[in-house]
Design a protein around this ligand. Structure first.
Ligand code: KIV
Length: 306
């Protein structure tokens, strides 16, 4: 099992772009797939430098970036602005656009149209949609139009209210069987990978063994072919209540507040800007300028002269 990022270095030692077929090879080679969300140019650059294999422009942007209460309100147009910024910061990971609530459910035509927008207007490599059932038809239609699709089962935040809230799924034999049917159906129509969210680890383990496509887990235990975490959660940028499955790898929010607080204190105390933050001017030029300001011709000007 390799711990280095996927993609062979090119001639200048640069990482080669990760491809969708490589994700399947990684599954087969038991090489864990690293996926993370990104929503703007700086987060894309971080994901790039850190060697992520897959970057999802997730609709979690609704909450962690745009300040909505859930993922439901975010629109396709809002997602496209974010996806375009991510594209500009990303070179090697597979980039996936997350179809937001309302952008694919109503018809296959709508689903294909919005998937195409992610590809044409934001340069995505693939799209993701949530749930089984009707979404399986949508996934099939998008794939037939030539666009790779990632599925998403278990806790599907866009429909959390009909699932009884943000809680683990597949906790009874019947519920686990429904998950199995959804995942197998998504695989059968050609999804190249499936996200498993908030599913008991033992259920995941059984299902992963039944699936040929990579399974990327978030709160689904260690048996998956890869893991995904929300950027703001893993870095501690978002300070709201985090789900049980989040592990924080940094406390960036506190560091940022400390930074802005120190800046504010420096400004208020007159410590910033210091001479090294200021531009200089040749003293003779400055004297000439002061002379100009105090000249009679300047004082004699009327508003119409300006
Ligand atoms: O929108 C998102 O960030 C997601 C991940 C949690 C998989 O769907």
């Amino acid at each position: 099992m390799s711990t280095s990022p996927k993609g062979t270095p090119g001639a200048e030692g640069k990482r080669a772009p990760v491809t969708i077929p490589q994700l399947l090879e990684m599954k087969r080679g038991h090489e864990p797939i690293v996926m993370v969300t990104a929503y703007d140019h700086p987060s894309a650059q971080v994901a790039e430098e850190a060697g992520a294999d897959v970057v999802l422009v997730g609709d979690t942007a609704a909450m962690v970036v745009l300040g909505y209460d859930s993922t439901v309100p975010v629109t396709m147009d809002e997602m496209l602005v974010l996806a375009r910024a991510v594209r500009r910061g990303l070179k090697t990971p597979v980039m996936i656009g997350d179809l937001p609530f309302g952008s694919y459910e109503a018809s296959n035509e709508l689903a294909v149209e919005n998937a195409q927008r992610f590809m044409k207007e934001a340069g995505c490599d693939a799209v993701k949609l949530e749930r089984g059932g009707q979404s399986v038809d949508r996934a099939r239609a998008i794939i037939r139009s030539g666009i790779p699709v990632m599925g998403h089962v278990g806790l599907t935040p866009q429909t959390a209210s009909s699932l009884g809230g943000f809680k683990a799924q597949g906790k009874t034999a019947d519920a686990a069987a429904k998950l199995a049917e959804e995942a197998l159906a998504l695989q059968s129509v050609g999804c190249f990978a499936i996200v498993f969210e908030a599913i008991p680890a033992a259920v995941t383990e059984v299902l992963v063994a039944q699936l040929d496509v990579p399974v990327i887990g978030i709160g689904a235990g260690p048996a998956t072919d890869g893991q995904v975490l929300v950027y703001h959660d893993l870095l501690g940028i978002f300070t709201g209540r985090a789900p049980k499955f989040v592990k924080r790898y940094a406390e960036v929010h506190e560091r940022m507040v400390d930074g802005v607080r120190s800046y504010a204190a420096d400004v208020r105390a007159g410590r910033f800007p210091a001479p090294e933050h200021s531009y200089s001017i040749d003293p003779a030029e400055l004297e000439a300028f002061k002379g100009y300001l105090s000249s009679e011709s300047l004082a004699a000007r009327t508003p119409w002269d300006w």
